[in-house]
Design a protein around this ligand. Structure first.
Ligand SMILES: [Zn+2]
Length: 150
């Protein structure tokens, strides 16, 4: 298979497989001391998958699908951040919105919103004023990608 075709097939990975992979990844990241609003790793992972389903894999703030964000990163239109713990950008992150990780306070956020939002305390304020703008920006990049048939 040509590498371009391989890349395309990766983009269309079916949702069930995506949920299964994410569930394993999230369960591994569970930390009893940190994620106190969740009873155990399965509770944490199940909640994460429920959120993915409820929001169609979109960031709570900018309402952009993580699959589209991943496409933008792969196409070089968006930079991912390299940290000691790996790359950030291609997965949705858990934004806690308060001092504690509870189901009521947590939302799934793209890295770009999560990183930017650090200093804004109110999640609805951020979504309204900044998330909406990021959505427009990402939409423009995706349109560019689609126009170039990447
Ligand atoms: Zn976002």
């Amino acid at each position: 298979m040509r590498s371009q075709d391989l890349e395309k097939s990766r983009q269309f990975i079916d949702l069930e497989s995506y949920y299964r992979i994410e569930k394993l990844r999230v369960a591994k990241n569970y930390n009893r001391a940190k994620h106190r609003g969740f009873t155990d790793k399965n509770d944490f992972a199940d909640w994460f998958i429920d959120q993915l389903e409820a929001y169609n894999c979109k960031c709570f703030y900018c309402e952009t699908s993580i699959h589209e964000i991943k496409r933008l990163i792969d196409a070089g239109l968006l930079k991912q951040r390299n940290t000691r713990f790996g790359h950030r950008g291609k997965i949705l992150e858990v934004d806690k919105n308060d001092n504690d990780y509870t189901k009521e306070q947590c939302v799934l956020s793209c890295y770009y919103c999560n990183n930017d939002k650090s200093y804004t305390s109110d999640k609805d304020d951020y979504k309204e004023h900044f998330g909406a703008n990021r959505h427009i920006y990402f939409r423009g990049l995706i349109d560019k990608l689609n126009a170039n048939n990447v």
